[in-house]
Design a protein around this ligand. Structure first.
Ligand code: PRX
Length: 630
């Protein structure tokens, strides 16, 4: 397997990738199975934006994830599944078995009316059938839209609506530690407002009672029984859509980030092999849910494209106790472990007694993703989990980038606590000041942008190209803007400082403040709300909600509880506010815009320096809010 093996080679490859990007990426794409090779590697323009890779090429990504490996690796394990309950049976699939399951389910999809180009919503627990469903969609050329199982009915129905899905794949429920989550009930509620959905395929997983709507709902297990394992892959164009994945933005409506087949495939495969320095036989464990981009790229597609063995875990890090991650690493002899800083911080807080019983000697590489990792947590991870022998790759990227952009290459380039370090070959970062002027040299801090396309870049936001253009390509003309602030230190290493827009990273999950506000406003007593983030020791950022009530409520605690329930029901438990403050009014400008800067300062507990409040409609509101802050 071709990958970078020394720092000098990294430097050479980087240089080559900038000087001749098309030749560089064409070389990476050569190894794949193509029905027809591309005519042209790249056509792009960041103004529209219009970005196309491997134009004219024809392929199917599942042939590259599965069929391509059958001859050499047919009997090698492709997927290991560790259940929520450690007493339950582990499931393993060889490449041959996974191929056959994907084909069988692809035929089930076809039988249920799904076809090339359809959008299919997948709302499932972390079980092998989730991976199988994703790949089966890709097999028949349908576009998957996986919605994280932690989202509730309103978020789910918004996403199904936006993508106009005709099929939903789900299960009766999910296990989450000691809890059972009734997924099918959430689907039923969501579908009350989604007439486009004609079929719901339900996998029986927790054996709970569910309502099956006749003519619409079918059981996975019934449908798969006589389904043939012969399903030729649909031949797709390189720039056909592979999936839509919703991410939060600064409006209440989630954005459907669109990735297309060949570019995404090439980028994810390249970054997987190089960042993690994956070797044949390594067990790779990415703890992210497939409902997020990390799960798409580095639990499903990346490891399978590379012919690797990927581990999927259904449960949570603290069940049955806070040693579960480490127990699973020993049990399956995991070589590469990729997780979120939030998980590390929460396990670190629970103490070393949960780590000590485990050897962890199979580990070679550790990774983090999704949010900045503070130096303390980085050191804890390095010393107690990696035993100072495993390089830590702090990987910076986004749903929109498709794959890892800035990161050390494990054991090849230097690591630095708190730093994502250096761009990967093919990735051209640039720091701009607020006016869009390039900040040259080192020791500078600005807005992180990219000046040249990479194959995994977002192509559009589903059915709303204007939003894609406005969000990513208009702030700084001619550049892709990430929404992050970033520092380049004296050595040229990149450190991500955090978001500069109205989204919050809560436990590594990107949540839009207005989406949370919309959920809060569903409470009948709430007239208006404003949500901001505040630094949180474990979660990175917590959610602080300022709410205005229609009538005064004496039972403040009961009100807060109801608000939390409302958010959980409408959006999901991940968006529950940590702090709720009832206020008489919000600090608004004369034009009615909420001055979030002031609320952010108050939420952070920094009451001394609120900046200029003279443009506010009613500056006295600020005093009242300050008094009630906690
Ligand atoms: O703010 C950055 C943060 O996560 C954002 C992207 O979130 P999402 O699209 O949900 O994708 C997360 C998984 C790839 C970024 O704009 N972020 C991601 N990785 C890091 C990070 N912040 C600091 N360090 C990282 N390694």
């Amino acid at each position: 397997m071709n990958r970078i093996t020394s720092f000098e080679q990294y430097q050479q490859e980087y240089k080559r990738s900038v000087e001749t990007p098309e030749a560089f990426w064409a070389e990476q794409a050569e190894q794949f199975t193509w029905h027809k090779k591309w005519d042209n590697v790249l056509e792009w323009n960041f103004d529209e934006p219009s970005i196309k890779w491997f134009i004219g090429g024809q392929l199917n990504i599942t042939e590259n994830c599965l069929d391509r490996h059958l001859e050499k690796r047919g009997n090698q394990t492709a997927l290991i599944w560790e259940p929520n309950n450690p007493e339950d049976e582990v499931r393993k699939f060889t490449y041959k078995e996974l191929h056959s399951e994907v084909c069988r389910f692809a035929n089930v999809l076809k039988k249920n009316g799904a076809k090339k180009g359809d959008r299919i919503c997948i709302y499932m627990p972390m079980i092998p059938e989730l991976t199988i469903a994703v790949l089966a969609c890709a097999r028949i050329g349908a576009i998957h839209s996986v919605v994280f199982g932690g989202f509730s009915f309103k978020s789910l129905s918004d996403r199904i609506h936006d993508a106009d899905c005709n099929v939903v794949i789900t299960s009766d429920g999910a296990y989450r530690g000691a809890k059972e989550i009734p997924l099918k009930n959430v689907i039923d509620e969501a579908l009350l407002t989604c007439p486009s959905v004609k079929k719901v395929i339900v996998y029986k997983h927790i054996n709970t009672e569910v309502k099956m709507e006749s003519g619409r709902d079918v059981w996975w297990q019934d449908e798969i029984k006589n389904s043939s394992a012969d399903c030729p892959a649909e031949i797709m164009d390189a720039e056909d859509m592979l999936f839509i994945l919703y991410t939060s933005g600064s409006t209440g409506k989630p954005k459907g980030v669109v990735h297309t087949i060949a570019g995404y495939m090439t980028f994810v495969d390249y970054t997987f092999r190089n960042v993690f320095q994956y070797n044949d036989g390594d067990i790779f464990w990415c703890t992210a849910d497939v409902g997020w981009i990390t799960g798409h790229s580095y639990l499903v597609y990346g490891p399978l494209l590379a012919g690797g063995t990927t581990l999927m875990f259904e449960g949570i890090p603290t069940y049955p106790d806070a040693g579960r991650f480490w127990q699973v690493i020993d049990k399956h002899q995991v070589a590469i472990f990729y997780t979120a800083p939030t998980a590390i911080r929460s396990l670190e807080a629970l103490g070393l007694d949960f780590v000590k019983p485990y050897k962890l000697d199979s580990l070679k590489v550790l990774g983090t993703v999704g949010e900045p990792i503070n130096e303390f947590a980085w050191n804890w991870y390095n010393e107690n989990i990696g035993k100072k022998k495993c390089p830590i790759v702090d990987t910076w990227w986004q749903t929109e980038t498709g794959g890892i952009m800035i990161s050390p290459l494990a054991g090849i380039t230097k690591t630095k606590p708190g730093f994502a370090t250096l761009p990967l070959p093919g990735v051209q970062p640039i720091l701009l000041d607020e006016q869009g002027k390039e900040l040259q040299g080192n020791n500078v801090e600005g807005r992180l942008c990219f000046k040249f396309p990479w194959p995994g870049i977002i192509r559009t936001t589903y059915q709303n190209h204007k939003r894609c253009k406005e969000t990513y390509f208009e702030t700084f003309k001619g550049y892709y803007f990430t929404g992050d602030a970033c520092k380049r230190d004296e050595e040229g290493y990149y450190h991500i400082s955090g978001r500069v827009d109205d989204v919050i990273k809560v436990s590594g999950h990107l949540l839009g403040t207005s989406e949370i506000e919309n959920a809060i406003d569903q409470h009948p007593d709430i007239v208006e709300s404003a949500v901001v983030g505040f630094p949180h020791e474990i979660k990175g950022w917590g959610i602080y909600a300022f709410v205005i009530c229609e009538h005064e409520r004496k039972d403040a605690d009961a009100l807060k509880k109801e608000i939390i329930e409302t958010v959980t029901k409408n959006m999901g438990a991940i968006a529950k506010p940590d702090k709720i403050q009832v206020v008489q009014g919000l600090p608004k400008t004369r034009s009615g815009k909420i001055m979030r800067r002031i609320l952010r300062k108050i939420a952070e507990g920094d009451l001394s320096n609120l900046g200029d409040t003279s443009t506010l409609l009613d500056p006295s509101i600020v005093e009242e809010i300050k008094k009630g802050a906690h």
